[in-house]
Ligand binder design. Sequence first.
Ligand SMILES: C[S@@+](CC[C@H](N)C(=O)[O-])C[C@H]1O[C@@H](n2cnc3c(N)ncnc32)[C@H](O)[C@@H]1O
Length: 380
Amino acid sequence: MAKNSNLENAKRAKKDEFYTQMDDIAQELKHYREHFKGRTVLCNCDDPYESNFFKYFALNFNALGLKKLVATCYDGSPITGNELPLIFDVSEEEPRRIAYKVEITEVTDVNGDGAINLADVAYLLQNDKNVLSRLNGNGDFRSDECVELLKEADIVCTNPPFSLFREYVALLMKYGKKFLILGNQNNVTYAEIFPLIMENRLWLGYKSGDMAFRVPANSEPRETRYWQDETGQKWRSFGNICWFTNLDIPKRHEKLDLWKHFTPEEYPRYDNYDAIEVGKVSDIPDDYFGVMGVPVTFLEKYNPDQFEIEGITKTWFGAANKKYGDQIQVNKNGTKSKVSKLNDGAVLKMSSPPPGKTYYVVSDEIFIQTFPRILIRRRK
Ligand SMILES: C[S@@+](CC[C@H](N)C(=O)[O-])C[C@H]1O[C@@H](n2cnc3c(N)ncnc32)[C@H](O)[C@@H]1O
């Protein structure tokens, strides 16, 4: 790979360094235990010396009945502190890891006390059945040798680089892999991801919302959602993290309780799509069987036996039935600007300007735009 593109990858990878906490992994994984028996698990964005995904599976290797655990790490990642100390390449601007893999097939309880202490990867490697070896390439999950490991794996579980989420999921789909991965809720609206949700080939796991991640020592301070703890460890948090999976979970079969009744006054119809607006998931009426636009958080409650998904307003996939011409956006403070964004979402027609809200004027008619909406329909 050319030096420039190596450097570019290293820069991008730096922005992707968010290390998942053990507790977040354990809290989610406890719902999926039965899927792992006799399986080979691959963590393909994970330096075993610092990834809690690797540590979780190593610690629970016997309890889950795993066949094999493989972790690979990427040489574009900057060193953050805990990993192999031998791998500095002095010609680089910043020290980086070498790419290597660890393959675990046996975790023994050496002192027979039933507990396995895996604080140290070196401990695992004392067993001849477990191997640490250098990769030939840079450990990119898309590289041939990593794809070979992917092909051999039954379940892939990691927090992949945020910036490569689309490509990451595309590869999992291409090889028909089972997976449980962390991502950002915004990813659901991507043109590459949403159709998979619609086709029930991917869904959300249990936890959605706030999550904090360790970040490398050289991370820049930020005004919000950034702090340094008493040990000096830097942290970042996000309010919209969720798990994406194609492993079946009981939550997916829980029925959402519906108690509201439909009235045309309470549930207005969109101006650019034949559906009603439902502003809160808890307000989905129990007696309406046409299409409804609901907040994206609906996906946290989605049971495919109860609802089917018809589309999404933000991406539309050509479904909107009207195109707005010249639009004037009138902001809350009265300032006006020419825009075209009314076409990017579900639109409600208003009889007068809504107080305290941004609205749009098109040929003397007044409109507001909703937040992105998932278009759903009740199954009878
Ligand atoms: C969001 S972090 C998560 C790290 C670890 N999986 C965890 O959860 O703690 C994503 C990791 O993927 C690495 N990475 C970035 N680009 C990659 C690529 N093309 N192939 C494999 N790993 C990559 C980053 O260096 C980073 O360590």
